[in-house]
Write a protein that binds this ligand. Structure first.
Ligand code: AGP
Length: 621
């Protein structure tokens, strides 16, 4: 995880660094820091907590150490060592002749640390990153004073260091003796360089560059960038200099106003009807009763030959993959497997030439999803991404894909991206179905149901006041159970994930009928069970499961469909949402669950948009 920024040019670096870190805060917010080179010294400032804490300790603009025009910055999501000031980046190496920021995980840091300590290097942090700083300092001390061009010695020291590391890194390194040099290196953690007249910018993604430059160089794995105000050289780690493409991209900031809402999460929950409309815009084809996707980069013939699909992702995106499994198997009759990306990347499942692998992700930066796709692609298989962020690492790594067009999602708890993913997967099921056996009439009906979806979600949002009341009643529960079947088994998982990630209440999602094989032991008068019980194939069966919970004194909250007069007799609390066809019901039924998590978290005084221990993008494995 973590976000990195850097600047080398003629303007004071710190304002870009601070602003850039704000835009990267979604990558982690445990601590932050910047290092600015000025007057032959490198000044480091670090603070625990949000970027605001760092801003509060920044020098006044007239103070001398705010004037340096070379600097690097970092916002941290803690991996090694707690979120303290000592563990905050930037980290000095040696006697401070090297300072760096690092994103990633160094797996062999312990033996390296032990060895460096034996050699007299003093460690001031518990991080894995500090070993990199000391290793570079050590190499610098061992290299002859003059080798080749002025900066070759520094590049050589970085290269020698990278050769000793096992793990992932996005690195930005500056040197006390070089007032105009940043060396950046990438393996597994993204980095981009922004090119401008007499200046270069460095960042983990393009958002800090918005408003500064639209000329962007994406660094690839194993590349090293030697960055100076007027010069950018890209090298391959094991080879020499290589050419680099400068792409012209209108970078976008993720600065989005709250527009009157108290939190981004609430705003994004309410944006869902529009997000779903945007996901469908231009993609419903009445003439052929199918869906249209511009970016699959596969011919209908190639798509027809697909006889197996693997859907992979993490967290909420994995939940939407489960919904996708039900949809694609029912409508396209293609066998689907859903894999956690973190498992898929290290497994070696047999995949034949007619298998298509989809990575599902909001951010497009999730390390495990990226690695799973890269590994699958390396083996020669076709990989596609269902992704929200244009130009993200996963969008670039995949052979093609489908953008969600949900707009920036800022709240750490994913809401509108989830419902948009489900909607895209529904369109995909229609598309594959229509390439196979699904009739024109069935296709048209499917399209009509999709078109009614945004207004159904709009209506579902009107249960907010009722959800608030329920939240007040159960906010002190220590455990919640979420139970659903078929299409709404993933809804149960998603409801439980939302609650635990933002309210810190333990919650378990389960297929309702599985409950009696274990989790029913948790049922007691203090443990609410939230049942997703729309009318449909398993309606009566789920009611039977509700009775089983009631019989054991457990409070029951039902998410049912309008109208359902029977529900009042069974459940303690009933939230009614519009009834849509079973295969689209997850998109509507999840809304009260998102609101329930939001209100419970709010009532418990939790930081809804930036819950503890989490980050919006999980860029380490
Ligand atoms: C969802 O609320 C979570 N914050 C998390 O599970 C998230 O869905 C997961 O990290 C995957 O992220 P991605 O969709 O950006 O790949």
């Amino acid at each position: 995880m973590c976000g990195i920024v850097g600047y080398v040019g003629s303007l004071p670096a710190s304002s870009f660094l601070l602003e850039g870190l704000r835009r990267l805060e979604y990558r982690g917010y445990d601590s932050s820091g910047i290092a600015v080179h000025h007057d032959g010294k490198i000044n480091i400032r670090r603070a625990v907590g949000r970027i605001d804490q760092l801003a509060a300790i920044m020098p006044d603009s007239d103070s001398s150490d705010s004037h340096g025009s070379l600097g690097i910055g970092h916002t941290r999501w803690a991996t090694h060592g707690p979120p303290t000031e000592q563990n905050a980046h930037p980290h000095p190496g040696g006697d401070g002749e090297v300072v760096l920021v690092h994103n990633g995980v160094i797996e062999n840091f312990q033996p390296l640390r032990d060895q460096l300590r034996d050699e007299g290097f003093v460690f001031r942090s518990a991080t894995d990153s500090e070993v990199i700083a000391h290793l570079i300092a050590k190499s610098l001390r061992q290299l002859p004073e003059t080798i080749g061009q002025p900066h070759d010695r520094y590049v050589a020291a970085v290269r020698q260091t990278l050769d000793q590391l096992r793990g992932t890194y996005g690195l930005a390194v500056i040197f006390r003796q070089c007032p105009d040099l940043i060396i950046a290196a990438r393996f597994g953690s993204p980095l981009v360089v922004g090119v401008s007249r007499g200046a270069h910018f460095l960042a983990s993604d393009t958002s800090p560059l918005a408003g500064h430059t639209d000329k962007i160089v994406y660094l690839a794995d194993h590349q090293i960038a030697v960055i100076q105000p007027h010069d950018l050289t890209v090298l391959h780690r094991d080879q020499g200099r290589i050419s680099h493409d400068v792409q012209v991209i209108q970078a976008e900031t993720n600065e989005v106003s709250l527009e009157g809402f108290d939190h981004y999460m609430l705003k994004e929950i309410h944006e869902q009807p529009d997000a779903i409309r945007n996901a469908m815009r231009g993609r419903l084809d009445d003439q052929h009763a199918t869906a249209i996707f511009g970016g699959l980069n596969l011919t209908p013939q190639q798509l027809r030959s697909i006889d197996r699909i693997i859907l992979t992702g993490c967290g909420t995106s994995w939940h939407s993959a489960l919904v996708g499994e039900y949809l694609l198997e029912e409508f396209a009759r293609i066998p689907v497997e859903v894999e956690y990306a973190s498992e898929l990347r290290y497994r070696n499942p047999p995949i034949d030439s007619n298998t298509l692998v989809f990575g599902i992700t909001q951010s497009g930066e999730t390390a495990d999803t990226l690695a799973a796709l890269v590994e699958t692609k390396r083996k020669g298989h076709r990989t596609l991404a269902i992704n929200n962020v244009v130009g993200s690492s996963i969008a670039q790594a995949a052979d093609g894909g489908i953008y969600l067009h949900a707009g920036p999602e800022i709240g750490v708890a994913s809401t509108k991206a989830y419902t948009s993913q489900c909607c895209v997967l529904a369109m995909l099921a229609l598309y594959f179905g229509r390439l196979r056996h699904l009739s024109y009439e069935a296709g048209m009906q499917f399209i009509e149901h999709l078109r009614r979806l945004p207004s159904a979600v709009e209506q579902a949002l009107t249960c907010d006041a009722q959800v608030q009341k329920i939240a007040t009643q159960y906010l002190n529960a220590q455990t919640f159970l979420y139970l659903g079947r078929q299409y709404n088994f993933p809804t149960a998982l998603e409801g439980a994930l939302k609650l635990k990630e933002i309210s810190y209440i333990h919650a378990e999602g389960y297929p309702a009928a599985e409950m009696k094989h274990g989790p029913i032991a948790l049922v007691d008068p203090q443990t609410p069970s939230v049942f997703i019980v729309p009318r449909g194939t398993t309606y009566e069966k789920v009611i039977a499961n509700m009775e089983e919970v009631k019989a054991r004194g457990g409070p029951v909250i039902a998410i049912a469909c309008q109208p359902d007069s029977a529900m009042d007799q069974i459940a303690d609390e009933v939230l009614l949402v519009p009834s849509v066809p079973e295969f689209l019901q997850p998109i509507v039924s999840v809304v009260p669950l998102q609101l329930l998590a939001y209100h419970v978290a709010l009532l418990r005084g939790c930081d809804v948009d930036k819950p503890r221990n989490l980050a919006k993008s999980v860029t380490v494995e």
